[in-house]
Design a protein around this ligand. Structure first.
Ligand code: GDP
Ligand code: MG
Length: 174
């Protein structure tokens, strides 16, 4: 059995997917990150008295053809769908990213968490917290506002997603 729980980030460019991943895995904030780097990160976490090895796939698949996307999506156990509270476009695109997951997984429900990132940039906010909450409720997903800079709700996001993954009927010993 695959020992890693596989998580992927998705969402529009520049919303903080890589920064979130690196903040979670290495507890540091990066100002500049090469947006073309495709990589995966591994980390061990303890949740509900259990040790889980997770692998986070960041920035994968964007320019891939359908076949590879399908192969990639098939291996993922849960998604973090990200928008930025400072970027209306990224919020408007959320539905597309969700639909893509359902399409490639060929299911109607899946472990997905939606996050409104950059919550530290209050003065640049254009999406109200309630808008994010409403969208998430409509799609049956948990929701947090996060900051990949201050680490606000970063661990909560991963832990909530892991609990969603555990509820889902994967062939995984979680
Ligand atoms: P990606 O394209 O979604 O992977 O976005 P990046 O992780 O590369 O982040 C884009 C820019 O936003 C970078 O300059 C980050 O430093 C910045 N950034 C990401 N998350 C946050 C955050 O929570 N707060 C602030 N203030 N900046 C952030
Ligand atoms: Mg990135």
């Amino acid at each position: 059995m695959d020992p890693f729980v596989k998580i992927a980030t998705t969402g529009a460019g520049g919303v903080g997917k890589s920064t979130f991943t690196i903040q979670f895995c290495y507890s540091k904030f990066i100002e500049e990150y090469d947006p073309t780097i495709e990589d995966s990160y591994r980390k061990q976490v303890e949740i509900d008295n259990e040790i889980i090895d997770i692998e986070i796939f960041d920035n994968y698949y964007f320019d891939w053809g359908n076949y590879f996307k399908y192969e990639f999506y098939k291996r993922i156990h849960g998604f973090i769908v990200v928008y930025s509270i400072t970027d209306e476009y990224s919020f408007d695109k959320l539905e597309n990213f969700l639909n893509e997951i359902y399409k490639y997984r060929e299911v109607e429900e899946f472990p997905i968490i939606i996050i409104g990132n950059k919550n530290d940039l209050e003065d640049r906010r254009v999406i109200k917290k309630e808008e994010g909450e409403e969208f998430a409720i409509k799609h049956g997903c948990p929701f947090y506002e996060t900051s990949a800079k201050t680490r606000y709700n970063i661990e909560e996001t991963i832990f909530t997603l892991l609990r969603e993954i555990r509820k889902y009927p994967f062939d995984l010993d979680l």
